[in-house]
Design a protein around this ligand. Sequence first.
Ligand SMILES: NC(=O)CC[C@H](N)C(=O)O
Length: 203
Amino acid sequence: MPTIGVLALQGDVREHLRALESAGARTLTVRRPEELERADGLVIPGGESTTMGKLARAFDLLDPLRKRVEGGLPVYGSCAGMIMLADRIEDGIAGQETVGGIDMTVRRNAFGRQVDSFESTVRLAGMGDTPFDAVFIRAPWVESVGAGVQVLGRAESGPDADRIVAVRQGRLLATAFHPELTGDFRVHHYFADLVRRATDQED
Ligand SMILES: NC(=O)CC[C@H](N)C(=O)O
């Protein structure tokens, strides 16, 4: 059984650990490079991407994270985690650092300029016909994606309907919303399967 780490510098770590465990994964919290080494897959939680970027730098994790992503580590990023996986950011702070890996531009704090959070139904390709009740909290959206990126889902209601909110590029998966908060763990099941397949290929 593969071990899936949750980057535990900042953000809603515990909810992801619980969701991954319910998807049958063994879990590990990751704060140090040695812990990252032991992970077969990684979740980057929601939180605040500017803080997470600074802490990743301070904990000497940023370069190891970039190297493992280049080496094919499966990673799922939710909300701030989506920003961390983006190759390009709009409305970031000066000098904001990300891990990168997904050929996309995300806009920080794009949704909910009037309200901080809202819900929308979202259907995700490959994760069943029942829509998710997606919770967005000061969430980014995806402005544009490169040719190698698969769009998995778009917001379905509200003034910003149709914005891209879930993508996959190879072993990298990102959602603008927080499936760990709703008890609907299909995204974590999907990611755990992706990690299992990646681990089998490497054995
Ligand atoms: N819930 C979240 O993860 C919010 C993301 C946050 N607005 C950021 O820029 O990182």
